[in-house]
Ligand binder design. Structure first.
Ligand SMILES: Cc1ncc(COP(=O)(O)O)c(C=O)c1O
Length: 383
C-alpha cells in the first residue's frame, strides 16, 4: 500500500489533502515519490527556514540522540540551558526569560495563562483575521468563524478589534484586560503587515491599562520577515513573544519569551516534552545557522527581489502584493485554489491564506535563481 492509500485509510483526515507524496527535501527543494522535484514555498508551513535536511541541524540531532533525548523540566540540562541563554541573547531587549514548549498553539496557550495569572484579570483582546492556533485558548483568540464553529463554548473573555485600527484597539483595552494578542504580520489572515504606528499604539494602550502585550510571532519569527523578529522593524517590545515554526529547523519546538519581572510560580504550568534536549540541540544549531548565514538579511533581499521580478509583469488577476521579507501574499481578484494546483504542475508548491490570497513561505536558504523561478512560475500561471 502506498503512502497516499495508507493515509487515506488510517489518518483522521483533518487536512484537505493534495495529491502529492513528499518523500525527501534539500534546501528549498522537495521531491515526490515519483522523483519529481518542487520548489517548496510551503516549507512545512513556514517551518523549514534553514532549509530541508539542513546538515547542521541533522548533525546536532544525531549527536544529541546518542547522548540524551529526554530530560524532565524538574532537572537542569546543558542543552536547554544553552538554548535559553541563546534565546534571551537574540531577543528584543528586556525579554529576559523563556518558557519552552512544543507548538505554536501551546506557546499562545501558555502566554494567555501567564497573562491571566500575572494580571489577575480575565479579558483578552485580539484582532479580527488573527490566527493563533487550535487549542481552546488559542482558538478563542482566533477570529475566523470556520475554525471556531462547533467547538463551543470557547474560553470566555475574548473580544476582537479590527486589525490596524489604533483607535478601536485603544477603546477595547480597559483595566479588565489581561492581554492584547497580535501578530505583527497576520499570516493565515492573508499576509497583512501591521501598519507603522499600530504596534506602538498597542504598546501604549497596554501600558496605560496595565494589560500585557503579547506578540504572536509563531509564523513571523526567526528571520522570516527580514528581521530576527518582526517586531524589531516597529521598535516595539512586547511583554511576551510567542515563537515556534522556524525555531528548530523543522523539529517541533516553541517558546514564549517573557519580559523581566514576569513570574509564574512553580507548579502552575508545565509540559512533558517542552525543552527536551533533542529539540534544544536542533534549535541551537538552527539559530547558529541563521546567524552565520545572515538569514534575516537574506530574507529581506530575496523578498525584495521576488517583488521586483514579479511586479515587472504583474498579472491583471492580482489585486495586491503584500510582503515582509520572505513572507509573501499575493491577493487575487478571484479564488486562489486552482492556481495552487497550476503552480504545483509547474513545480512550485505554495499555500493559501484565505480564499483569495496565495501565500509563499520559501526556505530562507533559497537561491536567487530559485526565487526568480517562483516569480516566473507565478506570472505564468496567473497570466
Ligand atoms: C501566528 C500563528 N500562531 C499560532 C499558530 C499555531 O501554531 P501550531 O500549528 O504550531 O500550533 C500558527 C500556525 O500557523 C500561526 O501562524
Amino acid at each position: 500500500m502506498n503512502a497516499e492509500a495508507a493515509e487515506r485509510l488510517f489518518a483522521l483526515e483533518v487536512f484537505a489533502k493534495r495529491n502529492l507524496v513528499i518523500v525527501r527535501g534539500r534546501g528549498a527543494e522537495v521531491w515526490d515519490a515519483k522523483g519529481r522535484r518542487y520548489l517548496d514555498c510551503v516549507a512545512g508551513i513556514g517551518v523549514a527556514g534553514v532549509g530541508h535536511a539542513n546538515e547542521a541541524v541533522a548533525e546536532a540531532l544525531a549527536a544529541q540522540a546518542r547522548v540524551l533525548v529526554a530530560c524532565a523540566g524538574v532537572f537542569y540540562n546543558d542543552r536547554r540551558a544553552a538554548l535559553l541563554r541563546k534565546l534571551v541573547e537574540i531577543a528584543p531587549p528586556g525579554l529576559a526569560r523563556a518558557f519552552l514548549c512544543n507548538s505554536g498553539a501551546e506557546a499562545v496557550e501558555a502566554a494567555l495563562k501567564f497573562a491571566r495569572l500575572h494580571t489577575g484579570r480575565a479579558k483578552v483582546v485580539a484582532a479580527m483575521r488573527g490566527f493563533h492556533g487550535r487549542t481552546m485558548g488559542a482558538l478563542s483568540a482566533t477570529h475566523k468563524k470556520a475554525y471556531r464553529d462547533g467547538f463551543g463554548p470557547l474560553v470566555p473573555g475574548f473580544s476582537f478589534v479590527p486589525f490596524n485600527d489604533p483607535a478601536k484597539l485603544r477603546g477595547a483595552v480597559d483595566d479588565g484586560v489581561a492581554a492584547v494578542v497580535l501578530e505583527p504580520v497576520q499570516g493565515e489572515g492573508g499576509v497583512r503587515p501591521a501598519e507603522p504606528g499600530y504596534l506602538r499604539a498597542a504598546r501604549e494602550a497596554c501600558d496605560e491599562s496595565g494589560a500585557l502585550l503579547v506578540f504572536d510571532e509563531v509564523q513571523t519569527g526567526f528571520c522570516r520577515t527580514g528581521r530576527m523578529f518582526a517586531c524589531e522593524r516597529h521598535g516595539v517590545i512586547p511583554d511576551m513573544l510567542c515563537l515556534a515554526k522556524g525555531i528548530a529547523g523543522g523539529v517541533p519546538m516553541a517558546a514564549v519569551l517573557c519580559r523581566d519581572g514576569l513570574r509564574v510560580p512553580p507548579g502552575k504550568h508545565g509540559t512533558t516534552f517542552g525543552g527536551n534536549p533533542l529539540a534544544c540541540a536542533a534549535a541551537l544549531a538552527a539559530i547558529a545557522f541563521m546567524e552565520e548565514r545572515r538569514l534575516a538579511e537574506r530574507a529581506e533581499e530575496l523578498g525584495a527581489r521576488f517583488r521586483d521580478r514579479f511586479e515587472r509583469r504583474l498579472p491583471a488577476r492580482v489585486r495586491q502584493v503584500r510582503q515582509a521579507g520572505l513572507m509573501i501574499g499575493v491577493e487575487l481578484r478571484e479564488r486562489c485554489g486552482p492556481f495552487l494546483s497550476a503552480l504545483a504542475d509547474r513545480g512550485v508548491l505554495a499555500l493559501s491564506a484565505g480564499p483569495t490570497v496565495l501565500r509563499l513561505l520559501p526556505p530562507l536558504v533559497a537561491t536567487e535563481e530559485q526565487i526568480d523561478e517562483v516569480a516566473e512560475a507565478l506570472q505564468a500561471v496567473l497570466a
